[in-house]
Write a protein of this length. Structure first.
Length: 640
């Protein structure tokens, strides 16, 4: 039957996609070198064909999941006949093989879209970009076919049912988080391709940055949303109420975000002023290399984490070699071409150029800080020099002060000028903002929190220091217009992108400061009739019930929550037991709000009808993710 051949169709589609990716690599690059337009013209159709066949392969794997084809090892190991259809759909990328296939599909998609929307650029430049993208695609398709075949069969011993998807992944978070994160990771490959193409063609001018900047903005936005979604997912799924644990795999996504943020600003300077040319290229190489390194950490087996997928050393070795080859070839090309770049653009120490350079340096220092804290324990372990754990105390002690310093320069940036700015002028523009930030920031904890807290006050001051000068800059730009709205309309989309990006950072800082210092938590023993007070709310367990889900059994606590004004509502935390795996899971009950979350999680059954319960009052925790989503508004193009 046709359905029995679906995995084989998917496998052969991957092979055809690999061949087309190889042609996409060789023909355009050779054509650009030998100036043969016909060879260069192969790029777009090969990119389209590769995307088509990888999409066919992905559709075949998805179909195998939806049809419960347990003869496919990937399906048998990660699905179950009782699994709801929407989890079967997302289970495709809830494992190593499927996630790499999704990665390759997105990579092929980015390659095709980049080729499609770059047709008006110089032909040789487009050819080199498509060729570099094709080479990256070849690497990942080889990785799939040689070490991570998602269509491997279990013949003749086909299991009657599947092992089920990990209960941790049976959540809406799996539907949205990995695709967003991968789109960000893979999107930086386009910027990387533009940088390498510019080096190969000797075009290290402002033109390539103008072409690459929109792709960088979009990739950064996807990665930001992906990280925010991952934080939100961990917050409510793992039952501990934390939003960032400095887990090595979490750090793996943060690393390219930090250098990607530096890259966005560096691209703007290179495009606007023609400076930072070599630095911008290095950041493009570093950002994509860190994306590959994140892939290595998640899939190599060197980490034990709820986020990690694979534990096969051969896979880790393959990705490590791919990373090494990418970095080595990129730096070799850079070493050959970069010395030819002229740097004739100067600027004073007090200018927007210098402020952006300082922030770039701080972002790189942050990247190195996180990188060392993530890799150092792995290096010691690999050399049999002992096992150590580098956790939140290390990262917070270094990362928080660097963030404060960077925020100081962020506040100065919008009101500064390119090239040179007199000290008296910047003082005149900023002194009132500084006073307002300090006074208002110090007073907010007096009225908001249960007690005045110096760290909350500092967070408020830093956030206001970012926002108030920006508001002053908007006022200066619109005050001479015929009307306020007319002035607002004259501001460009990229300018508003900068405003939203900086505002997102400020909102996140407020959320971090408040929830880290004003969070209230109680771990209590509760049974029907027991009441607990926390944060002005009274939590009363009224009853314990049981229910059966699609593939689990659940003990449910009915919690009546009464507010100070007498109104009440119900929360229903659960402790689930998944039937296929026998794995218990906590299903948190959340009562979200703009200024606070109420968080209730069931622990263990203590006997005699009582349960261990964790109850938390988390002020302003939503601001963490609001800042992440808000900060993605960075339209491409030139700023004002």
């Amino acid at each position: 039957m046709f359905t029995e051949m679906i995995p084989e169709i998917g496998h052969y589609a991957l092979v055809i996609g690999l061949l087309m990716a190889a042609v996409q690599t060789l023909a355009p690059l050779a054509g650009a070198t030998m100036r043969k337009p016909l060879w260069m013209a192969y790029g777009l159709p090969m990119a389209a064909g590769q995307f088509l066949f990888v999409a066919i392969a992905y559709a075949c794997l998805t179909t195998s999941y939806m049809l419960d084809d347990f003869s496919v090892a990937n399906v048998a190991n990660n699905s179950n006949s009782l699994l709801p259809w929407y989890y079967k759909f997302s289970a495709v990328w809830g494992n190593h093989e499927g996630s790499v296939l999704l990665w390759s599909l997105m990579l092929a998609g980015w390659s095709f879209v980049a080729a499609l929307f770059s047709r008006n650029l110089p032909r040789d430049m487009v050819a080199r970009v498509i060729g570099v993208m094709g080479a990256v695609c070849v690497g990942f398709l080889l990785f799939i076919l040689m070490t991570s075949n998602p269509f491997e069969r279990l013949l003749p011993g086909i299991p009657q049912d599947g092992a089920d998807l990990n209960p941790l992944l049976q959540d809406f978070g799996l539907v949205v988080h990995p695709p967003m994160l991968y789109m960000g990771y893979v999107g930086f490959s386009v910027v990387f391709a533009f940088a390498i193409a510019a080096l190969l063609g000797g075009r290290l001018d402002s033109a390539w940055t103008r072409w690459a900047r929109p792709w960088c903005n979009v990739a950064w936005a996807f990665l930001t949303v992906g990280i925010a979604l991952g934080s939100w997912w961990a917050y409510y799924e793992l039952g501990w109420g934390g939003w960032w644990f400095w887990d090595p795999v979490e750090n793996a996504s943060l690393l390219p975000w930090l250098t990607g943020t530096a890259l966005i600003h560096s691209l703007a300077v290179t495009e606007k002023r023609g400076s930072f040319k070599s630095w911008t290229v290095l950041l493009a190489i570093a950002t994509f290399s860190l994306s590959l390194m994140g892939t290595f950490l998640v899939r190599s087996g060197v980490l034990t984490s709820v986020h990690a997928f694979a534990n096969d050393p051969s896979r880790g070795f393959f990705i490590l070699m791919l990373l090494a080859i990418t970095v080595a070839i990129s730096l070799f090309i850079f070493a050959l071409r970069a010395p030819r770049v002229s740097h004739q653009v100067g600027f004073s120490w007090l200018s927007r150029d210098s402020l952006l350079l300082i922030n770039n340096i701080l972002l790189v220092i942050m990247t190195v800080t996180v990188l060392l804290g993530t890799l150092y324990p792995l290096i010691l372990d690999s050399l049999n020099l002992g096992k150590i754990s580098v956790g939140p105390p290390y990262f917070n002690a270094l990362f928080v002060p660097l963030t404060v310093i960077m925020s100081i320069f962020m506040g100065m940036g919008p009101v500064s000028r390119w090239k040179r700015m007199p000290g008296k002028e910047i003082y005149k523009r900023l002194w009132l903002s500084a006073v307002a930030a300090v006074v208002i920031g110090a007073l907010i904890p007096v009225f908001y929190g249960p007690e005045w807290n110096v760290w909350v006050a500092l967070g408020m001051i830093v956030a206001l220091w970012i926002v108030i000068p920006m508001l002053r800059d908007i006022f200066d730009k619109v005050r001479h217009a015929s009307s306020f709205m007319a002035g607002i309309k004259k501001l460009s989309y990229p300018y508003w992108g900068m405003v939203l990006g900086h505002l997102g950072v400020a909102v996140t800082i407020v959320g971090v400061a408040v929830v880290s210092n004003y969070n209230l938590e109680r771990n209590v023993r509760m049974s029907p009739g027991t009441s607990v007070e926390l944060g002005g709310y009274t939590f009363t367990m009224t009853e314990l019930t049981e229910r059966r889900g699609a593939n689990f059994l659940a003990d449910t606590s009915i919690i009546n929550v009464q507010r100070g004004d007498g109104r009440n509502f119900i929360m229903r935390p659960e402790k689930r037991l998944y039937l296929a795996t026998g794995m218990p899971m906590t299903q948190v009950a959340l009562r979200p709000g703009f200024f606070r979350d109420l968080y209730v999680a069931m622990g263990e059954d203590l006997g005699d009808g009582s349960w261990a319960m964790r109850i938390q009052f988390k002020p302003m925790v939503r601001w963490l993710w609001l800042g992440g989503v808000n900060g993605c508004g960075r339209p491409s193009g030139r700023g004002r």
